[in-house]
Design a protein around this ligand. Structure first.
Ligand SMILES: CC(C)(COP(=O)(O)OP(=O)(O)OC[C@H]1O[C@@H](n2cnc3c(N)ncnc32)[C@H](O)[C@@H]1OP(=O)(O)O)[C@@H](O)C(=O)NCCC(=O)NCCS
Length: 145
């Protein structure tokens, strides 16, 4: 019997008080160590509509950064409103739209650029730092005078 097996699956299961609530995979793109693909995401039916997907997206971004990826990509279909909303809320951007010839579905290729997150964090840090320096300088000048 001929069998085909997928290479190197990486499954994550999300538990809530030991109860499995969701699963997903983060799979490295073949031949490219910069990009990882989020796939097979499923919040189990009893746990949907409670913000679990949004929380998973936060974890996925932290995990991808920890594993030194700079981009995450995923595909989803136009009719999947919860998934579309989650991607938009979490700052993912559509980079391509196509029609699946097998199913007739409108499919989006969507990415999260993690390098931008580093820049955003650096901007927030520098803004905070210079505000603090200005405030301390202002206090010192007032005490001095
Ligand atoms: C898509 C999926 C992962 C979303 O998970 P979830 O934990 O239920 O999502 P959340 O509770 O975080 O909700 C995300 C958003 O969708 C909205 N939403 C949730 N269920 C909805 C529904 N049935 N119809 C319309 N909007 C819905 C939420 O209000 C929320 O919107 P907001 O950002 O405006 O608050 C989940 O529905 C699922 O596992 N579906 C089956 C598998 C699947 O489609 N996987 C994705 C493959 S690409």
């Amino acid at each position: 019997m001929v069998q085909y097996k997928e290479d190197n699956p990486t499954y994550y299961i999300r538990y809530d008080n030991d109860i499995p609530t969701a699963k997903f995979r983060l799979k490295k793109l073949p031949y490219c160590s910069a990009i990882v693909m989020l796939c097979s995401l499923e919040v189990f039916p009893d746990h949907r509509g409670k913000g679990v997907a949004k929380e998973i997206f936060r974890f996925v971004e932290q995990e991808a950064i920890r594993l030194k990826y700079t981009t995450i990509l995923c595909t989803d279909v136009e009719s999947n409103t919860p998934m579309r909303k989650t991607l938009k809320r979490c700052g993912w951007g559509d980079v391509h739209k196509t029609t699946n010839q097998n199913t007739g579905n409108t499919v989006y290729l969507t990415i999260k650029n993690l390098k931008n997150m580093d820049k955003r964090k650096a901007t927030i840090f520098l803004t905070g730092f210079f505000s603090l320096v200005s405030f301390v300088s202002f206090l010192i000048l007032n005490i001095w005078n």
